[in-house]
Design a protein around this ligand. Structure first.
Ligand code: CS2
Length: 478
């Protein structure tokens, strides 16, 4: 990376005109590089008063205070190979953290009359779902149902905020999920309505009648920041920005056009408003995220640190492309106007971006939450159609081997997963085929259908055995 400072696109709009009309919950790396960049681009293109408040729920209160100290300004660096272009984002007017500002701060922000839209990046597990419904056994949900006016989960916070809105006689809101789940808006709606319905059916009815939960497909590769990426950013900026973020140049946002009230002009920044997001979601979740998980587990087992390291190995690169074209694309109803082969090739080029340092172990986290939509949904289709799915089988088997916590050369692999305690017990108690069988009994991951499928079980066992006994690259080549 060159040491000369790069041109920064500084904020060129009047920030004093902004009112808080958008609240983002789950403000982390991805939101900085995606939602906030689209929003900033919109503010640059039109005279708009849509200011943003950003919130986190658990960790990160100090980071938000750091952002306040920088007057809400932060830098986004878009990287491709040796190129780095910098943008200053000025959309943020306020930050909220319940641990810093008190438990009422976030529900009150939701009940502010100016607010019209809430965007969410709370990760798959933040929705507290089981089989598409609210998981009432989830510890956070149980706690929030007992003390709904002091909520700790995102779902509890949303419902308490909406209750205050209803009580104040205000309009409803648009609640826009930006997480990598199929039908993310619908799942969010279900979780919110289930929670509200348990407290007060009239509140659930009000939410259903006054709020919308559009689905959306979000895409921008944004690795977690490291000391080295902060140094790269500092080098380019000429000064440090602890609030900054580095990401790829590509960004995409496809949003179901179903807003309860006013809608930000995000189309001016390249967002697409469509009637049906499902084909875009499935394409992205399977082709990009499915291949990401494939590379993450197999790559980590083969001691590859990053996705770009995987891409530098011809066996991995070819296998990822074959997975996309032969096992994922055939299960999709491709959105109009998309050339799926070109889409796959563009994904490979994005994965090759050596500037990103996207760690395989980062993508490997929360596998129990990611496998169903990324890999198991297409496998179910193959089982139905009787078509082959050898690479998808390797990905699932590689996840199981990864969960045992050691790479093929004995390096230790971190298991970050909400099911880690149960998985840890299975690892302790079983081995070989018995281990695969016990892992298959995790119904949150495999449902009730897949463990009963002899074809599924035997294919995973055979893939698992091959991964255990042969070198990963030669398994991929075979
Ligand atoms: C990745 C995603 O960490 C992961 O699971 O697959 O964060 C991926 O980088 C984004 O969805 C890209 O849009």
């Amino acid at each position: 990376m060159s040491s000369v400072s790069h041109l920064v696109e500084t904020v060129d709009y009047d920030r004093t005109k902004l009112r808080i009309r958008l609240l983002h919950i789950g403000f982390g790396a991805f939101a900085k590089a995606h939602v906030l960049v689209f929003h900033d681009e919109m503010l640059r293109r039109t005279a708009s008063d849509w200011g943003v408040a950003v919130a986190r729920l658990n960790s990160g209160a100090d980071e938000l205070t750091g952002l306040d100290e920088a007057d809400g300004l932060f830098t986004v660096g878009e990287m491709s190979g040796d190129d780095l272009s910098l943008r200053q984002v000025g959309a943020i007017c306020a930050t909220v953290h319940p641990k810093r500002d008190g438990v009422d701060a976030l529900p009150n922000r939701i009940a502010d009359p100016d607010l019209a839209v809430i965007t969410l990046t709370i990760t798959e597990k933040g929705y507290c779902l089981k089989d598409g419904r609210l998981d009432e056994d989830n510890a956070g949900i149980r706690r929030d149902l007992a003390t709904p006016d002091a909520p700790s989960t995102a779902i509890g916070v949303l419902v308490e905020g909406l209750r205050r809105r209803q009580a104040a006689g205000l309009a409803g809101l648009t609640i826009l999920s930006c997480d990598n789940l199929p039908a993310n808006g619908e799942l969010c709606r279900r979780a919110v309505l289930d929670f509200a319905g348990r407290l007060n059916p009239a509140l659930a009815e009000w939410i259903e009648g006054h709020c919308t939960f559009p689905c959306s497909m979000v895409d921008r590769i944004t690795p977690a920041m490291t000391d080295s990426s902060f140094a790269t950013l500092e080098n380019a900026l000429g000064h440090a920005d602890r609030n900054g973020i580095l990401c790829e140049t590509f960004r995409q946002w496809v949003i179901e056009d179903r807003f309860a009230g006013p809608r930000p002009d995000w189309h001016l920044a390249g967002a697409e408003f469509v009637e049906d997001v499902a084909p875009f979601e499935d394409m992205k979740l399977r082709m990009l995220n499915g291949s990401h998980s494939f590379l993450a587990y197999l790559g980590a087992l083969a001691d590859k640190e990053t996705i770009a390291d995987c891409m530098a190995d011809p066996a991995f690169r070819q296998a990822a492309l074959n997975l996309m074209l032969n096992e994922q694309a055939p299960t999709l109803s491709v959105p109009d106007g998309v050339d799926i082969k070109a889409y796959a090739e563009a994904l490979i080029a994005r994965f090759e971006n050596t500037a990103l340092h996207h760690k395989t172990t980062q993508i490997a986290s929360d596998g129990s939450q990611k496998l169903p939509q990324r890999l198991l949904a297409p496998i179910r289709q193959h089982l139905k159609d009787n078509s082959p799915w050898p690479l998808s089988a390797l990905a699932v088997a590689a996840w199981m081997l990864y969960c045992r916590g050691v790479s093929r050369t004995g390096a230790s692999l971190p298991l970050n997963d909400p099911l880690s305690a149960r998985i840890g017990t299975i690892v302790q108690e079983t081995d070989g085929n018995a281990y695969v069988d016990r892992m298959l009994s995790l119904s949150e991951v495999f449902g009730d259908d897949l463990p009963g499928s002899a074809a599924f079980g035997s294919t995973i066992k055979s893939a698992y055995q091959r991964l255990q006994t042969s070198d990963i690259a030669s398994v991929l080549k075979a």
